[in-house]
Design a protein around this ligand. Structure first.
Ligand code: CFM
Ligand code: HCA
Length: 535
């Protein structure tokens, strides 16, 4: 018998004091037959005092979008912690190309100290740039402002301009202080504006046949390597992956692609839109997470190209990949069918992974984003009705115009309109359309709610990030970190789907955390004694 989900939600909400109740009520909704597209409050500030899992603007700009550009040096201007925690933890992998550079293994920071806060940090920043140029000779440099930089007013733009003159390379300043905007999402936007205005279009590469960009793909655990393997096997040429295992020059040539595949729409839909306006490049929503997702994306992409060779290669590759995995696909489906899952990730994975879970017969009963906007939940059609954009006052609006010399008509206008009815051309539907009736969507899920929902829904597995991981383990619930994939991956494409399923099956049939009795359940805490300390 299916649970009455509204009752579950009410039980979670009734724990709150009146003001918080009023707020959180608008962030937790149930999809029902009567209301299949419920309105959800999103992209607004967290109620102070609530333990949220959200990150910051700096994390979105430096950590997510810019950090993976491998032959640039990314200097965090600020205290060392900000640099360290946006460095290797995302597991955005990269390898140097033949003769190329790769600085991903390094964390660069000005390591601001108290005296820099008092007297200003620009001198130290200029020295850091000098040192970086002398030692590494990078193609380009990015400077990223952390909270104190904004508070003391260091002029990072002036330092960048001076460095450009001195060293003759591109130096970009990102005013992405952590407090700007509501979450990581503001940082994506700040990064994207500079990538679009100052990088894309600067390259001189010739247009190649069957060219695509993969946008919003960060090569976590090697995902983009698997996606590129499939695309190249079909015959596509991947110009640039923004931003996963990518070189600066590839980004400067991104305007030569014929189509943009938008994987994480939350972090990069702006660039896709701007590339269409300026260069005429169409974009489609992609989802390379899940076997069905990958197949649908490949078929949709083939329709954009509408070319007999591409149609034929697409079907041949799909058939080949499926036949190689058939046995394992069936095996894991038998093992996992009927299980239930909860998902709580940043701004798109909580949607994408539902497709992969469905491939193995697992139902998602609750899903949420840390910082998704309403369109990520409800679909792009709600954009005109979104009134609150808490980020907008911090992000300079840029105007984009058609580039008369380089604009290409890639899909003729009449075909564009027809195609729009068939494939997600310049469109994404949002997570609600993926979910079944009687399931829950939660925006900015917090620790209290996570604990309550686990007790009330008793899911077989809960996917989220490092901040929830230990709590889930203590509750004996199977979990995988969908941000970093713990120590494994890739999870994307055909091969990734099997890696993911293998780990889930191992977790379901060897529930390690259920075998452990936590110390607090065996012996009562001794009053007045410090556990693990000396008396
Ligand atoms: Fe896009 Fe991302 Fe995500 Fe994201 Fe992120 Fe990430 Fe994420 Mo962590 S860009 S929204 S800001 S898919 S870092 S690679 S895993 S929260 S769901
Ligand atoms: C970020 C980065 C993060 C955090 C991961 C997590 C990532 O938002 O600052 O909470 O497990 O993917 O590394 O989202």
């Amino acid at each position: 018998m299916k649970k009455d989900m509204q009752k579950v939600v009410d039980q979670v909400l009734e724990q709150y004091p009146a003001k918080t109740f009023k707020n959180r009520k608008t962030h937790i909704v149930v999809k029902t037959k009567e209301d299949p597209n419920p309105v959800i409050q999103a992209n607004v500030r967290t109620v102070p005092g609530i333990i949220t899992s959200r990150g910051c603007c700096f994390a979105g700009c430096k950590g997510v979008v810019m950090g993976p550009i491998k032959d640039m040096i990314h200097i965090t201007h600020g205290p060392i912690g900000c640099a360290y925690y946006t460095w290797g933890t995302r597991r955005n992998k990269a390898r140097a190309t033949e003769g190329g550079q790769n600085f991903i293994e390094y964390a660069f920071s000005t390591d601001m100290q108290e005296s820099d806060i008092v007297f200003g940090g620009t001198k130290k920043l200029a020295e850091a740039i000098k040192e970086a140029v002398e030692i590494f000779n990078p193609k380009a440099i990015g400077i990223y402002a952390t909270c104190p930089v904004g508070l003391i007013g260091d002029d990072i733009n002036a330092v960048a301009a001076e460095a450009r003159k001195l060293y003759g390379i591109d130096v970009f300043a990102f005013s992405c202080e952590g407090y700007k905007g509501v979450t990581q999402s503001a940082g994506h936007h700040i990064a994207n504006n500079i990538v679009f205005e100052d990088m894309i279009g600067k390259g001189n590469a010739e247009h190649k046949k069957y060219s695509v960009n993969i946008l919003g793909e960060y090569n976590i655990g090697g995902d983009s390597w698997e996606i590129e393997r499939i695309l190249e096997k079909i015959g596509y040429n991947v110009v640039a992956t923004l931003s996963g295992d990518v070189e600066y020059e590839q980004i400067t040539n991104a305007h030569t692609a014929d189509c943009n595949l938008v994987q994480c729409h939350r972090s990069i839909n702006y660039i896709a839109e701007m590339l269409e306006t300026k260069f005429g490049i169409p974009w489609i929503k992609a989802n390379f997470i899940g076997v069905t997702g990958t197949i649908d994306t490949l078929r949709n992409l083939a329709k954009v190209f509408n070319d007999p060779y591409i149609y034929e290669r697409t079907e041949a590759v799909i058939a080949e990949e499926l036949s190689a995995m058939e046995g394992e696909l069936t095996y894991y489906k038998e093992k996992l069918e009927g299980k239930t899952a909860c998902l709580y990730v940043g701004g798109s994975r909580a949607h994408h992974y539902q497709v992969l879970l469905k491939d193995f017969g697992i139902e998602t009963i609750l899903a949420g984003y840390e910082f998704g906007h309403r369109d990520d939940y409800e679909g792009r059609e709600v954009i005109p009705s979104i009134k609150i954009d808490a980020d907008s006052k911090n992000i300079p609006e840029i105007t984009v115009q058609k580039d008369e010399n380089r604009y290409r008509v890639i899909i003729p206008e009449d075909r564009y309109e027809v195609l729009k009815q068939e494939i997600p051309l310049a469109y994404y539907g949002g997570m609600v359309k993926e979910m079944n009736e009687g399931t829950i969507m939660v925006d900015d899920l917090n620790h209290h709610e996570t604990e309550m929902f686990i007790k009330l829904l008793n899911p077989d597995m809960f996917f989220s990030g490092v901040k929830e991981k230990y709590m889930l383990q203590k509750m004996g619930v199977l979990s995988r970190q969908l941000h970093s994939y713990d120590y494994t991956g890739p999870y994307a494409g055909f091969k990734g789907a099997l890696i993911f399923a293998r780990e889930l099956a191992a977790g379901v049939y060897t529930p390690a955390w259920k075998y452990v009795t936590p110390p607090w359940k065996v012996e009562p805490m001794l009053e007045g004694k410090v556990v693990g300390g000396e008396e």
